[in-house]
Design a protein around this ligand. Structure first.
Ligand SMILES: [Zn+2]
Length: 162
């Protein structure tokens, strides 16, 4: 039977007439929905929404998505272990866009770990500020006045918490 996947919208064949999601997309949804205690579980409807928004393409039985914050195209990994901060940095993960809200987005592991639970607007401002700071401070000792300026600017951004 021919179906259209409700995530990637690609056609697929399956004998089960009730199937709505292709095998590749379903694998990711299941990964975030199984009862393993180590992993956070997310409702399939929220995961589908995030995947649908980030879908890029399929290739050789793999399904690719775009990182919400960088646009970099990558895929989820199959194993369900929790990744470290600098382990498999380019594997895709799901990120709560805003802390304590339902909305999920697709995000590279390295970006997700750096972002933590910082809201996206503040995360971007902090990253830009730090980037500028690091560019100025190549390998010399950091002048106290520059640290103080950075501190004030960071405190400004963090006081805008919503
Ligand atoms: Zn699909």
């Amino acid at each position: 039977m021919k179906h259209k996947c409700d995530v990637c919208e690609e056609d697929f064949e399956d004998i089960d007439p009730n199937l709505q999601t292709c095998r590749q997309c379903q694998r990711i949804i299941n990964k975030y929905n199984n009862g393993s205690k180590k992993r956070k579980t997310y409702p399939p409807s929220e995961v589908k929404w995030a995947l649908r928004n980030a879908y890029s393409h399929k290739e050789n039985d793999n399904v690719y998505f775009k990182c919400e914050y960088t646009g970099i195209i990558s895929k989820f990994n199959d194993n369900s272990k929790t990744l470290g901060h600098f382990e498999e940095p380019f594997v895709l993960t799901l990120d709560h866009k805003y802390p304590n809200q339902k909305e999920l987005v697709v995000c590279l592991n390295i970006i997700n770990k750096m972002k933590g639970d910082i809201p996206p607007e503040q995360f971007k401002q902090i990253a830009i500020l730090l980037g500028d700071f690091f560019k100025q401070e190549t390998n010399k000792k950091i002048e106290p006045i520059k640290s103080q300026t950075l501190e004030m600017a960071l405190k400004d951004i963090c006081s805008l918490k919503k």
